[in-house]
Design a protein around this ligand. Sequence first.
Ligand SMILES: *Cc1c(COP(=O)(O)O)cnc(C)c1O
Length: 384
Amino acid sequence: MTKQLVSFVKDLYQTNEFIPLHAPTFSGNEQKYVSETISSTFVSSVGKFVDDFETHIENYTGTAKAVATVNGTAALHAALYMAGVKANDIVITQALTFVATCNAVHHMGAQPAFVDVSPVSLGLCPKALSVFLEQHAVLTESGSIHKITKQRFQAVVPMHTFGHPVELDELIKVCADWKIAVVEDAAESLGSFYKDKHTGTLGNFGAISFNGNKIITTGGGGMVLCKTLASGQHTKHVTTTAKVPHPYEFFHDEAGFNYRMPNLNAALGCAQMENLVAFVDNKRHLASLYSDFFKESDFQFVTEPSYAKSNYWLNAIICPNHNEREKLLKQTNAEGVMTRPIWQLMHRLPMFENAMRGDLSHSEFIESHLVNIPSSPVKSLGKL
Ligand SMILES: *Cc1c(COP(=O)(O)O)cnc(C)c1O
């Protein structure tokens, strides 16, 4: 299998050089727009590209207000703040995620609690969430609290793993029943739709990342998706030091963040947005080729849930067993085709090892069997 996979990938990308998991594609107006910011001297936090980039994201996702930030972790941090998370609260999320999800919770002074993922979406499982809450929470007038410690369950953070949307209707129903806010970690899922709605727009807030390895990049960057115009304006305010507008006085009405995205990065984002639809089409085509390739093998290609249209940010396979996985990782990387195991579960990291958690069987199975395979857009599969 490894040999065939290596030659399949090398043929696709038409190269014998190292093939990374995900590289950026700059084939549009990137240079032009970035040069414009330099010529204008507006490279920092004032300039038209930030507003234009936010408008691009609003139009594409349908969110009421998008607020650009310095990176995806900052977007999550600001979204949790806006969702009312306070020190000592519990925030429920997946153990199967990138560490940024939990770092954002930690830096609010809150504690992450881990619930299992669904084998259908690889993201937070509504049933497991419901079981966990039945076991640990009691509903009060003002929200849900822990039966014993009395800590507030203030937010649930589902993550759309590799771009595949979680079962949002069911999840949002559970959270509404327990009066808990939903903050979608949509860092990986720009271009992914749940039914007909863009991921990150169904919960109270959503967070997107434009890190260098994501479907589009601004070098570093992020975006908070806000469900209402009012919450969007407040998010913009707190991410820009919470300064009250005045011609010369400095007055800040709450402890804000300095998280705004520089115009230089937003210029890159505007150019990348012009190609997003092409990137998604290209990556979905690539996924269908991988799906055919693995059809007759013992390796199961991970496909989008039936209710969703995924951006297939990172393609993934489930190996038949742990040994086969180790063999595949070693041999492909030795041949210059990058593959990577999924993240270690969050409760295995020293800072989260004492976190509260439910049964994590599906997460553990995926952790020991899943491998990501090269997923950059492929030039020969259409105009980029
Ligand atoms: C990329 C990513 C983030 C945010 O990353 P930044 O590098 O801070 O932009 C958050 N959560 C997940 C799941 C991610 O993959």
